[in-house]
Design a protein around this ligand. Structure first.
Ligand code: ATP
Ligand code: MG
Length: 314
């Protein structure tokens, strides 16, 4: 079955010009090619200044690409009506503090061109979705950071977008607030919304993204599922009940990709999970008990740090 991509770019590049006579070229994106399938949650990761915000701004025609091609649901982003399919939560957004939550949504809904009859029911439903009904008539000045982000999310959903762009949606939000936002996004996904999110909070992205891309200095250096990206060699720590015989130590040393042994503790790496069984069998045959075993899995964060440091050292 052919499914259309929600977003697709080909060699998208952007150089900002700045300084007197615009003589300085600042490369922000360098030949970025990405595909995001319909209904996916896609995470764009990268350190500060990598070009994440620039990417979203180009997709929404807030900033124009220097070269390359970009499509949303199969249509060029140059077609104005494409923007009607999109919702956008900008990074560090500010809402007028004198407005209350409901009015803020009505205001943005009008900017989106919603009719007066659609506006109120839509705003009311979204306030429920993001859990702010009780706060509808309270000025946003009194909102916490988490509440402001949830209001921002409701604002981004006013035009019922098929593709939602979120720039650092959980920035500055505490763990409880982050969980609430995550649950909201998972709910939206289940209704078929495609979500494109920028983040440097890797543990967050890891929890909800179907696929991620890692951006560094304007270049995509990896794309894949979180599992694909973090599936390095599997590492285990095995606590033994007694000393490991020398013969067995020699055998493990020569057959395993990584091996170390101290104080009845074995640290090993395997190429495949099924390679664990022969190790256990060998231990049991030698009459050695196993007191405990833990698996060490690289987190996206570990991987990301190594990758970006490696690239920057090139
Ligand atoms: N309007 C602009 N004029 C000139 N340079 C800019 C402009 N906007 C961004 N840049 C530069 O482009 C590069 C990418 O910036 P961008 O904001 O896209 O990064 P980012 O990945 O979103 O970073 P962060 O994690 O800090 O939000 C940076 O070097 C930045 O200084
Ligand atoms: Mg940014």
């Amino acid at each position: 079955m052919y499914t259309m991509n929600a977003l697709q770019t080909e060699n998208l590049s952007k150089q900002y010009r700045s300084g007197a006579f615009k003589k300085y070229n600042i490369p922000a994106l360098d030949k970025v090619s990405l595909e995001v399938g319909e209904g996916e949650i896609f995470g764009l990761l990268g350190p500060n200044g990598a070009g994440k915000t620039t990417f979203i701004k180009i997709m929404l025609s807030i900033v124009h690409a220097t070269s390359g091609k970009a499509e949303i649901f199969g249509q060029s982003i140059k077609i104005r009506s494409v923007r009607e399919l999109c919702g956008y939560l900008p990074e560090n957004h500010r809402y007028p503090q004198f407005l209350h939550g409901l009015d803020t949504l009505l205001f943005f809904g009008r900017l989106n061109g919603l009719s007066e009859s659609e506006l109120r029911p839509r705003a009311q439903t979204l306030l429920e979705t993001v859990g702010l009904v009780q706060w509808a008539k309270v000025k946003t000045k009194k909102y916490s950071k988490g509440m402001l982000q949830r209001l921002g999310l409701a604002q981004a959903l006013m035009n019922n977008p098929k593709l939602l762009f979120l720039d650092e949606p959980t920035d500055g939000v505490d763990p409880v607030g982050r969980k609430e936002i995550r649950d909201l996004l998972i709910g939206l996904k289940s209704q078929g919304t495609t979500i494109f999110l920028n983040s440097h909070l890797l543990s967050e992205v890891e929890l909800i993204s179907d696929r991620v891309a890692i951006l560094n200095k304007g270049k995509v250096i990896r794309t894949g599922t979180v599992a694909e990206i973090t599936s390095q060699k599997l590492s285990y720590t095995i606590q033994l009940s007694s000393h490991l015989p020398l013969a067995l130590e020699e055998r493990f040393k020569s057959s395993l990709p990584a091996f170390s042994y101290t104080d009845n503790r074995l640290d090993i790496s395997l190429n495949d999970k099924t390679d664990l069984n022969p190790v256990i069998d060998a231990l049991r045959t030698a009459g050695i008990g196993i007191d405990g075993m833990t698996q060490q899995k690289a987190s996206l964060e570990d991987y990301f740090i190594k990758l970006v440091q490696g690239e920057n050292n090139k």
